[in-house]
Design a protein around this ligand. Structure first.
Ligand code: GGG
Length: 357
C-alpha cells in the first residue's frame, strides 16, 4: 500500500476552519484506494509570530521537504502588517521550493450564480497560470532615508528568460489537456513596462510557435481585466506575471461565483519539491471562528493536490461531490447566498462522497 504524507499548515483566521474540513473530505475520498494518508500539522502563522517573532521556524522548509505535499489555509492577521505575514510564510515556501507555477482554475458550476447575467453552467471555464517566483514579487528593493521626510522606496520587478519561458511553456502544456479549449492568452503591460514585459512578450511568441495546435494571443492587462467581465467565456488558459496573475485570478474567481470557491496549486511541474495547495481566499478575520467559512475552495485545492500526486480518481470524486452540493443549492455558506455553516457543508460533501463510493 502506498503512503502519502501531507503537511497541514492551517495558518490564520478561517484557515483554521477550512483545513480540518478539507482533511476530513480527503480522508473520506481516499477510502477504498490502495493508499494510506498521513498528516502532520504545523502551528505556523500569526499566533506563532506573536510567540516567536517569526511566522515559521528557520528549518521550516527542511521539515516540509519530507512531505509529499503541503495544504495551506490562509495567512494574514489584523495586528500584523500584511507584508510581514506574507513574506514570513507563503512567499518563502513558494520561492524556496521553486514552485514556479501557480495554477488557479475558475469554473462556473451548476447552481452557482455569476454576478454577470446570462452565463450558463460551464460557459465560463478558464485557468489562470500565474508566474510564482519572480516578476513583481521578487524580493529586490529597499528603503533609503527610512522613516525620514525624504523617504525613498525602490521595488524592482525581475523577469528572466528562464522564468518567463518555463511558466509560458507550462500554460501551453495545460492547454493541450483533453478538457481544455486549446487557447493560451498572455497578459502583460509591455507598452508601459518596456523591459521585463517586452522580454515576456518575446518569449511568449517564441514558445507559442512550438505549439501550432494551440491558439495564442496577447492582451494588455487593462484590456484583459475588461474582457474578464465583458466576455469571460472567451478565455481558456491565461498566463500572466506574479502580480497580474494574482489580481486577474481574483477576478476570474468572482465571475464564477466567488473567492470562497476558488482553489489553487503552487507547483514545480518537474516535481523536485512538494507542491503547496491552498484556497485563493485569505484569512477573513471578519468571519473567523464563526463557522461561516466556505470550505469548498480548500476542498477543491485538496482535490488538485490528489490529482498532482497521481490519485486522479479520488480527486475526481471530491470535485463531483462539491459539484453535487452546489447543484442541489440547499447547503451553502453565506458567501454563496446560503445559511449553512462550514460543518453543514462538510457533512453534505461527505454524504455525496459516501454515495459515490
Ligand atoms: N490562502 C492563502 C492566503 O492567505 N493568501 C493570501 C494572500 O494575500 N496571498 C497573496 C498571494 O497569493 O500572492
Amino acid at each position: 500500500m502506498k503512503t502519502l504524507s501531507v503537511a497541514l499548515v492551517p495558518g490564520d483566521g478561517i484557515g483554521q476552519e477550512v483545513v480540518p474540513a478539507a482533511r476530513r473530505i480527503l480522508e473520506k475520498a481516499c477510502e477504498g484506494e490502495q493508499l494510506r494518508l498521513e498528516f502532520a500539522s504545523y502551528d505556523w502563522g500569526s499566533e506563532y509570530y506573536f510567540r516567536h517573532g517569526m511566522m515559521m521556524p528557520v528549518d521550516a522548509l527542511e521539515r516540509l521537504r519530507s512531505h509529499d505535499a503541503i495544504l495551506l489555509g490562509a495567512v494574514g492577521h489584523p495586528d500584523i502588517p500584511d507584508h510581514i505575514t506574507l513574506h514570513g510564510l507563503l512567499l518563502p515556501i513558494r520561492r524556496g521550493f521553486d514552485l514556479y507555477a501557480n495554477v488557479r482554475p475558475a469554473y462556473l458550476y451548476p447552481g452557482v450564480r455569476s454576478p454577470l447575467a446570462g452565463y450558463e453552467p460551464g460557459s465560463i471555464d478558464m485557468v489562470v497560470v500565474r508566474e510564482n517566483t519572480e516578476g513583481e514579487y521578487a524580493p529586490i528593493g529597499g528603503f533609503l532615508y527610512h522613516h525620514m521626510p525624504e523617504e525613498t522606496a525602490v521595488q524592482t520587478a525581475v523577469f528572466t528568460r528562464h522564468g518567463c519561458e518555463r511558466i509560458i511553456r507550462h500554460a501551453f502544456d495545460l492547454a493541450r489537456l483533453r478538457n481544455r479549449k486549446r487557447r493560451v492568452t498572455s497578459v502583460t503591460k509591455s507598452n508601459a513596462q518596456a523591459y521585463g514585459m517586452v522580454l515576456w512578450d518575446r518569449v511568449f511568441r517564441a514558445v507559442a510557435a512550438e505549439y501550432p495546435d494551440i491558439a495564442a494571443d496577447s492582451l494588455l492587462v487593462d484590456a484583459a481585466a475588461m474582457d474578464f467581465v465583458r466576455r469571460p467565456a472567451y478565455f481558456d488558459v491565461v498566463v500572466a506575471s506574479n502580480l497580474f496573475g494574482d489580481i486577474l485570478s481574483d477576478l476570474s474567481a468572482i465571475v464564477t461565483g466567488g473567492i470562497g470557491l476558488a482553489p489553487s496549486a503552487n507547483i514545480d511541474p518537474h516535481r523536485r519539491n512538494p507542491g503547496l495547495f491552498e484556497p485563493v481566499h485569505g484569512s477573513a478575520p471578519d468571519i473567523a471562528g464563526k463557522g461561516k467559512a466556505n470550505p469548498m475552495g480548500c476542498i477543491l485545492a485538496s482535490a488538485m493536490m490528489l490529482d498532482h500526486l497521481g490519485i486522479g480518481a479520488a480527486a475526481a470524486r471530491m470535485e463531483q461531490a462539491v459539484r453535487a452540493v452546489l447543484a442541489a443549492g440547499d447547503v451553502l455558506t453565506p458567501d454563496l447566498g446560503g445559511k449553512a455553516s462550514t460543518s453543514d457543508v462538510v457533512a453534505a460533501v461527505e454524504s455525496r462522497l459516501k454515495a459515490a463510493l
